[in-house]
Design a protein around this ligand. Structure first.
Ligand SMILES: N=c1c2ncn([C@@H]3O[C@H](COP(=O)(O)OP(=O)(O)OP(=O)(O)O)[C@@H](O)[C@H]3O)c2ncn1[C@@H]1O[C@H](COP(=O)(O)O)[C@@H](O)[C@H]1O
Length: 104
């Protein structure tokens, strides 16, 4: 199992834990608006790191974005597999677009 799928399972398992002992549980207890806000903050921090931070800062902020996105998807009961399937679908669509633009 890859890292994101493993983290998705950990997040699902931690959702019902005590908010005192689990950051995932604390975020879920705070509710969807808080989770969405955190994802937005982490995305902004990733942008700032990309524009003016170090490589390592961008790596760290990117990990925060992916983690908080998985928490948000979990709170909305959307499996990571659905997002990956959408990316796979676009890969096919994008190939078709490319062929169409080449034949113009
Ligand atoms: N990958 C992560 C992870 N990445 C970031 N974070 C937390 O995300 C928070 C982001 O930092 P901030 O300073 O922005 O937030 P904060 O001030 O702590 O919280 P707020 O009051 O702002 O909400 C930090 O508390 C980090 O510890 C994470 N917390 C947990 N995980 C994974 O989730 C698993 C379950 O964690 P628990 O739910 O804590 O058991 C862990 O084993 C890890 O694998």
């Amino acid at each position: 199992m890859d890292t994101l799928a493993r983290l998705e399972q950990i997040i699902a398992a931690r959702r019902g834990a005590s908010p005192d002992s689990s950051y995932v549980a604390k975020l879920n207890a705070a509710g969807l608006p808080k989770i969405a806000q955190k994802l937005g903050e982490e995305a902004t921090e990733a942008v700032i790191a990309a524009l003016s931070g170090s490589r390592q800062e961008l790596v760290g902020e990117s990990a925060d974005v992916l983690f908080h996105l998985l928490v948000l998807l979990g709170a909305k009961d959307i499996p990571l597999a659905d997002v990956l399937a959408e990316l796979d679908r676009r890969e096919g669509v994008s190939g078709l677009d490319e062929k169409a633009s080449r034949s113009e």
